[in-house]
Design a protein around this ligand. Structure first.
Ligand code: PLP
Length: 388
């Protein structure tokens, strides 16, 4: 059953999972392959091409193919987590390489870059990725091998002009990789904008149900760095369980509709909250007043993501008090799921975080937007009464 999926629209590609099915039984969903090892031929060969499932597992393929198609890349690889996927990129660079990364980015990766990357012979420059001059000034032509973009960047949602960064490094031998976890392939396709690689914490929107930890990389073409990453997954072994890979594919089949609803809810909330008496600032790329709005408008499609942050008129106590008083918004870390989450981000990032202590990060789910708004308003009133 050959499918002409390249002509399909995104919503059709995801809902159909590119038409993958169980070829052994004709079951309409692909099978889960649990075998860790494979028969060797009697003459000691492995003609099937399969030896051991740390090398690869056929359960990964439908999700990897779907993601490669959505990002318009040549290949995708699943990993045991988003961190495992990101670290595989950095650890596959030659020792002594210099990398440029954003000042504000997913905090655990920033921590790894500060504390652990030097042990692998890497040097790191942290720059404001929205300022092209800073990126340009940080390039060391003989040493810089990677520019790592996170757009929008968690949790202040700075938007990077991916095209401009790609143009800036065109004369150098530098890979441009983008953590596109929050944008998802529904809103932004970094490879189409010229980047070389895309990374996702598939734990977030791709799976979308707070029940799988997974990561993914997609490459525009199979370069020597990509080959090193494939080898890294095999040998360092940060592989996903086949059950999680199947669960991830199931989550991805509703990606288009979930992201559409989360982003529409977030946009509506950002507009309403900007007028709220207890809020000093709403950080959301969909608001015309937001610094990265024009870049997002020109490089993204169909909305501005389901993530926003609010800075409250008050201190840390008020912010934490608001999170303590919501009923629908769940007080938990993570993002990109069907249920809405609220988090006082500075508390989890700890000492040295660039995140202000009056900031609450909101991961907007697919619930009714009026319920979400009302729940926040009630929590503001309750927290304000108890802190005044
Ligand atoms: N990148 C971003 C933007 C994230 O928000 C996260 C996790 O929160 C990660 C990467 C790491 O992903 P994981 O938790 O799947 O390791």
């Amino acid at each position: 059953m050959k499918k002409d999926y390249q002509s399909w629209q995104t919503a059709t590609k995801v809902a159909q999972g590119l038409g993958a099915y169980d070829t052994a039984t004709n079951g309409v969903v692909p099978a889960i392959h649990t075998a860790t090892t494979y028969y060797r031929d009697a003459d000691n060969q492995y003609r099937s091409g399969r030896v051991y499932s740390r090398d690869n597992n056929p359960t990964y393929l439908p999700a990897e193919n779907l993601l490669a198609e959505l990002e318009q890349g040549e290949r995708a690889l699943l990993f045991a987590s988003g961190m495992a996927a990101a670290v595989a990129v950095f650890q596959s660079l030659p020792s002594g390489a210099h990398v440029i990364t954003p000042k504000v980015m997913y905090w655990a990766l920033r921590k790894w870059l500060v504390e652990d990357a030097p042990r692998f012979g890497l040097t790191v420059s942290f720059v404001d990725m929205t300022q092209l001059e800073e990126v340009k000034a940080a390039i060391q032509p003989e040493l810089t091998r990677l520019i790592w973009i996170e757009s929008p960047a968690n949790p202040m949602w700075q938007v990077t002009d991916i095209k401009a960064v790609v143009q800036e490094v065109a004369a150098h031998n530098i890979t441009v990789a983008v953590d596109s976890t929050v944008a998802t392939p529904i809103h932004c396709k970094p490879l189409v904008l010229g980047a070389d690689m895309v990374m996702h914490s598939a734990t977030k929107y791709l799976n979308g149900h707070s029940d799988v930890i997974a990561g993914a990389l997609v490459t525009r073409e199979q370069t020597s760095l990509w080959e090193a990453i494939v080898k890294h997954r095999k040998q360092a072994g940060a592989v996903l369980s086949p059950f999680d890979a199947a669960q991830l594919l199931r989550g991805m089949r509703t990606l288009a509709i979930r992201v559409e609803r989360s982003s529409a809810n977030a946009h509506e909330l950002a507009q309403r909250l900007s007028k709220h008496e207890w809020i000093r600032e709403v950080l959301y790329p969909g608001l015309p007043s937001f610094a990265g709005h024009e870049t997002a408008k020109s490089q993204w499609q169909d909305g501005f993501t389901g993530m926003l942050s609010i800075r409250v008129k008050g201190n840390e106590r008020l912010a934490i008090g608001i999170a303590a008083n919501t009923e629908i918004w769940r007080r938990a870390t993570s993002l990109g799921s069907v249920e809405s989450l609220i988090e006082h981000r500075a508390s989890i990032e700890g000492v040295g975080t660039p995140v202000p202590d009056d900031l609450l990060r909101l991961s907007v789910g697919i619930e009714d937007v009026n319920d979400l708004y009302q729940d926040l308003c009630t929590a503001f009133e309750t927290a304000a009464r108890s802190t005044s």
